[in-house]
Design a protein around this ligand. Structure first.
Ligand SMILES: *Cc1c(COP(=O)(O)O)cnc(C)c1O
Length: 372
């Protein structure tokens, strides 16, 4: 087959169609633009408590190891994860954020131009981009109008060439969690060649009863994906993990770039797993904060789907200030939240739960801007 390249600047068609990822606005950017001494970021679902002291110590202790390559296969981290979550180490895979895991799942589980993957719409932005990069069709079933999961619509898109189904629970951006019974029913209804991947990035904020982890033994076609970016407060170090069918875990390890998880990230992750107190404090703070934010925004007339996560999504009452205006006015006051245009939800906004003080400041500014 001849390739339609005529210039050294030509790229694969999948690449030519790419637009750059639009991350949440940065604190430095907004501080400079509006001349603000303090900017609060409630846009990327990071942990409001910051780095835990135990993790900071581990990082300082291991700084001198930075000249070494990490141990291939990150065995210390794999072992610690296996012990904490009570699963066989042969099922565990770790990567440079869930982002790397998502990317590899498409490339490992789907033949370009032959297989397809299925997810909901809207969904986490990395699913469509990495599917596209892998040359894999991503079919999307719309969520219901209230952002709950339409598993019938999802199943409807699955055919004999579907090798991946991805469901996020709790979901981003809605915060809704799927019922584990429904997820189990979905797993059982899939054709034999299909792997159900449940992205449990936010599962700790919902609670263990929402996870499929205790059911994995009887659901061989289910994989769970998790991250250190949220409850473990390590978004900047890029650490994700997955609990996979053992054969898939083995292949993922074979193709992963050998040192994608760096040596400091591994040290930090091991320390974070041992820091139960920090994790519990985070979950407690987030649950309290999201109840408060939900209640207060609803009292101002906003629509707020029930969130089981560390963020909430909301829509302003009709006829008043619109989402874009509120977003901009909050920026001017030094609070960054997420506009959801990228999710094709221009009327909706998403705010990450902050510290109690940050939440109150946010609510105070929203009240002021809405004139409520
Ligand atoms: C934040 C998030 C992740 C975590 O991604 P990392 O690459 O591990 O930081 C995964 N899935 C969803 C849906 C998320 O919102």
């Amino acid at each position: 087959m001849s390739l339609p390249f005529t210039s050294f600047n030509d790229v694969r068609p999948e690449v030519a169609a790419f637009e750059s990822y639009e991350p949440g606005l940065s604190i430095a950017e907004i501080a400079e633009k509006y001349g603000l001494p303090r900017v609060i970021k409630m846009a990327s679902n990071e942990n409001p408590l910051g780095v835990s002291p135990a993790v900071r110590q581990a990082l300082e202790r291991s700084a001198g190891e930075a000249f070494r390559y990490p141990q291939s296969g990150n065995p210390r981290l794999v072992k610690a994860l296996a012990a904490l979550y009570g699963v066989d180490a042969g099922r565990i895979f770790v990567g440079n954020g869930s982002d790397e895991i998502i990317d590899l799942l498409f490339r490992v589980r789907a033949v370009p131009g032959v297989h397809n993957a299925v997810a909901f719409r809207p969904c986490f932005g990395l699913y469509p981009t990495q599917a596209r990069m892998a040359g894999v069709e991503l079919r999307q079933a719309p969520l219901k109008a209230d952002f709950s999961f339409d598993f019938d619509a999802l199943l409807h898109l699955v055919d004999e060439n579907t090798t991946l189904v991805i469901v996020t629970s709790p979901d981003n951006p809605s915060g809704r969690a799927a019922s584990p019974d429904e997820l189990e029913a979905l797993a059982r209804a899939l054709p034999p060649a299909c792997l159900l991947v449940v992205d449990e990035a936010y599962i700790e904020f919902a609670g263990p009863e929402y996870s499929l982890l205790p059911r994995l033994e009887r659901l061989p076609n289910v994989a769970l994906m998790r991250t250190f970016s949220k409850v473990y407060a390590l978004a900047g170090l890029r650490i994700g993990y997955a609990i996979l069918p053992p054969a898939i875990a083995d292949y993922m390890w074979r193709v992963r770039l050998p040192f994608s998880l760096n040596i400091l990230a591994e040290e930090a992750a091991v320390a974070a797993l041992a820091d139960t107190e920090f994790r519990e404090r985070t979950v407690e703070l987030v649950r309290r904060g999201r109840a408060r934010l939900t209640e207060e925004l609803r009292a101002m007339g906003c629509e707020v789907p029930p969130s089981m996560s560390n963020f909430i999504m909301f829509r302003l009452p009709e006829g008043g200030v619109d989402a874009k205006t509120l977003h901009g006015e909050l920026l001017r006051r030094g609070i960054i939240i997420r506009a959801l245009g990228g999710y094709h939800l221009p009327q909706w906004l998403r705010v990450s739960v902050g510290t109690d003080e940050e939440n109150e400041l946010f609510l105070c500014f929203v009240r002021e801007i809405l004139g409520a």
